[in-house]
Design a binder for this molecule. Sequence first.
Ligand code: ADP
Ligand code: ZN
Ligand code: ZN
Length: 756
Amino acid sequence: KEIEYILDDAPIITQTQLQHWAWISKYYMCHIGEVFKNAIPTAFLLESETWVCLSEDFTTGDESQLADDEYLLLEALQHQSALRITDITEILEKKTVLPVVNRMIKRGIVALQAEIKERYRPKMSRYVMLNHVADGEQGLVETLDGLKRAPKQYKTFLVYLDLVGDEPKPIKVSELKKITQDSGQAIKGLVKKRIFTEEMIQEDRIQYTGEAVVQPSQLNPEQELALGTIQSAFGENKVCLLHGVTSSGKTEVYVQLIKEALEKGEQVLYLLPEIALTTQLIQRLQKYFGSYLAVYHSKFNIQERAEVWQHVLECNAKAQLVIGARSSLFLPFQNLGLVIVDEEHEPSFKQHDPAPRYHARDAAIVLAKSMNAQVLLGSATPSLETYHNVLQGRYGLAEIKKRYGQVPMPDINLVDLKEQQKKKRIKGHFSEPLRLAMEGTLTEGKQIILFQNRRGFAPVMECTDCGHCPQCPNCDVSLTYHAYKRQLRCHYCGYYSAQVSKCHSCSSEALDTKGLGTEQIEQECQELFPDARVGRMDLDTTRAKHAHAKIIDQFTSGELDILVGTQMLSKGLDFKNVDLVGVLHADGILNFPDFRSHERGYQLLSQVSGRAGRHEKRGKVLIQTYNPYHQILQQVSIHDYESMQREQMYERRQHAYPPFARLIRVTFKHKDYSKLEQASEWFVQGMRNLWQDRVLGPVPPAVSRVRNQYIQVAVLKVPKGHDLATIKNSIKRIENSFNAIPYYRSVRIIFDVDPI
Ligand code: ADP
Ligand code: ZN
Ligand code: ZN
């Protein structure tokens, strides 16, 4: 095709990126196009709208043999030079007009024209500057004299002089207009008289904060030691894990490393699990690094994202330090020196949908290697995958075992709910010890965090006569009751309906709620402590753009006494005044049917507990459970990561699960259940022929139908040491034969490598 326009003066993607994206597509078994789509800000993509116009070759007289439709279109085009497909649909009063358009294209009567709709453009603003002719003391006096008879221009000129001070510099027209209350006429006049020259200057869309205001903190001996260990691991070009208990001051260690990298002129990438939760951290880093810090945010608009992209591509100092969630991995770094993966154990580093289903921590390590950059992984509760690499000697290990400033680790107590029930000491969902501890904390004027891993009022509504629970019509799952909106909601597809008053199955009105959600805890809390100010943080209260920041600010400033929330609360928050953390129901976290549930449980409970007593006084944690002898709860209560890690590793090795094997998950989806069953069985049989009992499934997952699609899942275990690339090729070959069977072709197949 002919080149119609040049989109960019220089490429917006680097060679290194292309290689890395190719690796992602290969490793995670998806198309390179899917990686591109995910990686590039949409403002850089060519979004065009198609217009139909008369062909240049068209001469009147050709219209003699046209059909009615075609003639109508031609007539319309003779009035209006170009029409959109939607316009044509209206004119022809037809549903599909493409056949008509295509026939006319073939006959050389009309042609298509693409117009670019939306594309990154730097933000340009109009400035004025003093023309050099009028420069100098003498020139100024003469100019002012000459303006005596134009008072508005005279005034504008004076304001301008005032704004520039001693050094000549451009002043923004809009700013000047605002101060002088000029409609623009005076400025125009001054330009016409050649006193001002006009200039278009590129500006930032994103507000970069000013200069750094503080120096990084002096590290204490433990932090100093950790820093040394990290640096010597980097000296050997090894990835390093910083394993430091909650509030040990890991962030301050990162800050030192970042500072050194920036001073060397290197770019730094700081990856976080969820950017929405990090206003605290961003404010902290801004104090140290000022305008070097750019945040790459999925809630930024597309032009802003493109702007960060440009800054990174140009190695601009303004985005030399990028802090962002997993997608910031795709930015066009040219001079990357350091990658920090904070809270490296967090599952949200893995993308589920859509493809590429990549793990940002793992992909970052590969990217860093290709650019000779160093990688630091940080966590108080490292993932077993990472810890395994440490034990194998592949990664370095730095440890901080004490909290900063001699603050002891929180005092964690388990509350036996069975015993409490027997003694009738429970009110609502609050045991006696928890109520007493809350009372004490409130009296002292300290704050409380309550953790419940489910949002909504109560997970399900149940008929006490027949046991029926209202189900989602699209998914194989019960609806969740949300008291605030009086709705039943599906957490999988978003379906909702008004609260029901009668059982759909037996018409009984004896409906009751079962299970426990954050809304209900909030309500009970308010009933137990009517004077306390209670807030709630979960997906439902934080949908809006700045909602997280608002709730966190309210809690930080002491406008709230109690904060009830889901796992959002476990992520890196640093509150000064929280003395008590309560976990309402630990069993729900530990009994999840997944081979990682114990590791997860340990991480989640330790992280939530870590919000207590971070400064000064020792914090207190109460964990309510029906099973206080569960080994994970015992380990959490004495901060024993070591034993947890050893026992879990043993089990994983016994059953050949990660980190001792890799998993490839194949998911099948289709509307028709019997076709799905047949198709998945066919596919998995192909896998079994190659890998026998290392193939598990196909089985329906816990929620086996979502959005009217039935689901089947199979998993292949690949022991360490086997060649993953060959295995993936074999799977792709099975997929090709599968797709060659017309009856199966409509079944959707999704690959997930290293699923989480
Ligand atoms: P972590 O990231 O390990 O959870 P933080 O870096 O948030 O810990 O540190 C916990 C608290 O201790 C923070 O309020 C931090 O400001 C303070 N702190 C940590 N290290 C230092 C230091 N070297 N000097 C002063 N304050 C520090
Ligand atoms: Zn019923
Ligand atoms: Zn649903």
